[in-house]
Design a protein around this ligand. Structure first.
Ligand code: ATP
Length: 267
């Protein structure tokens, strides 16, 4: 049997030669550039500034990820945890290749797929049309889509809403459908951003099981979540981000415990 197909190797204890790297982040820095407006004023003063080309808005930099280095392996399910604004979503988007690092590099062995609660769907199209579009966008063939279609509808479990335009969905229903579509395919590297938190308790249990299955099917899963319980239940490893840097990287329960100890200490 292929080593990579064996039981999930622990990122902490498995011998280095048994692990297959899928994502390597090497001293990654992500800087957002934001236009910061100058002093406030009336429309007339703004117009005058425009004409005279004075006081152009300054570009402000937000250094969201600061020198992050880690290696993720096949079979890893990694929870990204940390306070609001610590850089979790930014790091996820960098792994997805959506944000170019200002310095450092992200190397991936396989195709990363980002499943965010804001993943683009066509709001005016019905759920079933979006299933077809979403699957095509993931590179599935029409035959594969036909084969997986019922499974996706069953998993999303949104009843007759499947025939209605997505703009009529609640945020939880939209998230269920997105998750059902994304998880219909085996991903090399699946990136999940808080999608589970928007589902109800029943869906959370189903989606946690799905993440475990995806992980067992040999991919690597990254999960950004504020639900520490979900991270412990779903992930074998956690990375704790603090102000854009890695504060701790290791076995999920240990990292969550350390994070909880620090947040409760600060109260
Ligand atoms: N598009 C953007 N433009 C400018 N700054 C941004 C942008 N997106 C995020 N930031 C900033 O980058 C930093 C990290 O944000 P990020 O969303 O990655 O954090 P997070 O850990 O995912 O937060 P949360 O838990 O609240 O979702 C924050 O200071 C945020 O204000």
């Amino acid at each position: 049997m292929d080593v990579a197909e064996a039981a999930v190797p622990s990122p902490v204890t498995a011998p280095a030669e048994q692990r297959v790297p899928t994502v390597i982040a090497d001293d990654v820095h992500i800087i957002y550039k934001v236009m910061a407006g100058g002093s406030k004023g009336t429309a007339a003063t703004a117009f005058s500034r425009l004409i005279k080309r004075q006081q152009r808005p300054t570009v402000r930099e937000v250094h969201a990820v600061r020198g992050v280095t880690f290696t993720a392996y096949k079979g890893d399910a990694i929870g990204l945890i940390g306070r609001n604004g610590s850089g979790k979503s930014t790091l996820l988007r960098a792994v997805a290749g959506l944000l170019p690092p200002a310095s450092g590099s992200v190397y991936t062995n396989g195709q990363p797929s980002l499943l965010g609660v804001n993943a683009a769907m066509m709001n005016d199209l019905s759920g079933d049309r979006n299933i077809v579009l979403g699957c095509l966008a993931m590179g599935m063939s029409p035959a594969e889509i036909e084969q997986k279609y019922d499974e996706i509808v069953d998993f999303a479990d949104i009843g007759e809403f499947i025939d209605l335009p997505m703009r009529t969905y609640s945020s939880g229903m939209g998230a269920r459908l997105r998750f059902a579509i994304a998880s219909a395919k085996t991903h090399d590297i699946l990136l999940v951003d808080e999608a589970l938190a928007t589902g109800d308790a029943n869906f959370r249990v189903k989606s946690e099981q799905k993440i475990k299955d995806l992980r067992d099917e040999a991919g690597t899963v990254f999960l950004v979540s504020h639900s520490l319980e979900t991270v412990i239940d779903t992930c074998n490893r956690a990375i704790w981000l603090d102000k854009g840097t890695i504060k701790m990287d290791g076995e999920a329960k240990e990292v969550v415990d350390a994070y909880l100890a620090e947040t409760t200490k600060k109260r």
